[in-house]
Write a protein that binds this ligand. Structure first.
Ligand code: TYM
Length: 336
C-alpha cells in the first residue's frame, strides 16, 4: 500500500492559509485515498521548537488534530495520527541524513535564509529543519506529500537525499514524487498560496504581526469578515485573476473558490470584468464567515480523549514502520 503523508507545525492557532493551502487539500485527498493507501498525518512538534511557541505546545497539538476532524476527515484503520517526538526514529534518521546532506545545499533553502536573516544567533535547528523533514518523509516511504508551495524546495531536498543515499548504499528509500507530480496528485493547477491580506505579494503567515493581514481559525466570524473587507486590492478597477498584477483581487477569488468548494475557473468567470471590488469583498467576507461558523461549531464537539486515543494507535503504527526503515539506514552505514 502507498503512503500519503503530511504535517503542520502547531506553534499557534493556524491561519486560513494553512487551512486552505494544506489542511483542507489533505483532508480531501485522505478521504479519497484512505481506502487503499496509508494516510499519515503527524504533528512535527520537534520542528515547532525551532521558534517560539504561542501557548502550550501540548494543547496546540491536540487542537491541530481536532482541526483535521472538524474539516471533515473520515477515520478508518489506514489513517494514522502521531507526534514526531513520540517516534524517536525521526531524530535518529535525521542524524544519519545529516551525514549525507551538504552544507551548501542546506544553506540554499529559502526558508532557512528567511528565518535566519538578521538573527545573530540563529539556532542550528532552523538550519537542520529540512533534513529532519526529509527523515519524516523517507521513514514511511511516502510518495506523495501534500504541502503548500513554500515547502516544495524541502520536498526536492528530500528527493535528492533519498537518491544520493540509494546511489551510495543501494536501494533503501522510496524517492518521493517530483513536485510537478505532487501538484497533479493534489489535483490543483498550481500549489495553493494564500496571500497576506494587507501585503498580497507575500504569503499569509502566522508570524506576521499585523492582525488584519491574516485570518486565524479561531477568529470570530464577524471579525474575519471585517478583515476581508479591509484587504488591500489595487487601482485597476476590474476584477481579473492575475496574481502578478492584481494579487489582492486574485487572492480573494482564490479564497472564495476554496472556501465554497467551487472550481477556481467558475469563480473567475462569475466575477470577470466586475468593477465594484466592494461586492466581491462582501461575498468573500460572507463565505469566510459562514465557513468559520460551521468549522468552529464542529471543533467544539470533539473531545481531547478522542484525540489521545487516535494518537496512541497512530504512534504504535508509526513506531513499527519507522523503526524498520531506520534499521535499513543504520545497516547501510554499518551501524548495525
Ligand atoms: P508549516 O507549519 O510551516 O506549514 C504547514 C503547511 O501549511 C502550508 N502553508 C500555506 N499554504 C498556502 N498558503 C499559505 N499562506 C500557507 N502558509 C503555510 C505549508 O506549505 C505547509 O504545507 N515543514 C512543514 C511541516 C513538516 C512537514 C514534514 C510537512 C515537517 N515535516 C514532512 C510534510 C512532510 C511546514 O512547513 O509546516
Amino acid at each position: 500500500m502507498k503512503t500519503i503523508l503530511t504535517g503542520i507545525r502547531t506553534n499557534s492557532v493556524l491561519t486560513l492559509g494553512n487551512y486552505l493551502g494544506a489542511l483542507l487539500p489533505m483532508v480531501r485527498l485522505a478521504n479519497k485515498h484512505s481506502k487503499d493507501s496509508h494516510v499519515n498525518i503527524f504533528v512535527p512538534d520537534l520542528h515547532s521548537i525551532i521558534s517560539e511557541v504561542d501557548g502550550d505546545l501540548k494543547a496546540n497539538i491536540v487542537r491541530t488534530i481536532k482541526y483535521y476532524l472538524a474539516a471533515g476527515l473520515e477515520l478508518n484503520e489506514n489513517v494514522h495520527f502521531y507526534r514526531q517526538s513520540y517516534v524517536p526514529a525521526h531524530s535518529e534518521l535525521c542524524w544519519i541524513l545529516n551525514c549525507v546532506a551538504t552544507m551548501g545545499e542546506t544553506s540554499r533553502m529559502i526558508q532557512y535564509k528567511e528565518k535566519s536573516k538578521g538573527q545573530e544567533s540563529c539556532n542550528v535547528g532552523i538550519f537542520d529543519y529540512p533534513i529532519l523533514m526529509a527523515a519524516d518523509i523517507l521513514l514511511y516511504s511516502a510518495e506523495f506529500v501534500p504541502v503548500g508551495e513554500d515547502q516544495f524546495q524541502h520536498i526536492e531536498m528530500a528527493r535528492n537525499l533519498a537518491m544520493r543515499f540509494n546511489n551510495r548504499f543501494g536501494e533503501t528509500f522510496v524517492v518521493p514524487a517530483r513536485t510537478s507530480d505532487q501538484v497533479k496528485f493534489m489535483e490543483v493547477e498550481n500549489a495553493i498560496r494564500i496571500r497576506d491580506l494587507l501585503s498580497p505579494e507575500k504569503k499569509m503567515s502566522k508570524s506576521t504581526a499585523a492582525e488584519n493581514s491574516k485570518i486565524m481559525l479561531d477568529d470570530e466570524p464577524a471579525k474575519a469578515a471585517k478583515k476581508i473587507m479591509s484587504a488591500t486590492t489595487d487601482s485597476l478597477g476590474k476584477v481579473k485573476f492575475d496574481m502578478f498584477n492584481q494579487p489582492g483581487i486574485s487572492n480573494l477569488l482564490q479564497i472564495e473558490a476554496l472556501v465554497t468548494d467551487t472550481p477556481l475557473q467558475d469563480v473567475i468567470s462569475t466575477w470577470a470584468g466586475e468593477t465594484r471590488y466592494g461586492d466581491l469583498k462582501k461575498k468573500v467576507a460572507e463565505s469566510v464567515s459562514e465557513m468559520l461558523t460551521v468549522f468552529q461549531g464542529r471543533l467544539a464537539e470533539i473531545s481531547d480523549e478522542q484525540v489521545y486515543e487516535l494518537l496512541e494507535a497512530g504512534e504504535k503504527y508509526a513506531n513499527e514502520v519507522a523503526k524498520a526503515k531506520l534499521f535499513d539506514a543504520q545497516k547501510a552505514f554499518k551501524l548495525r
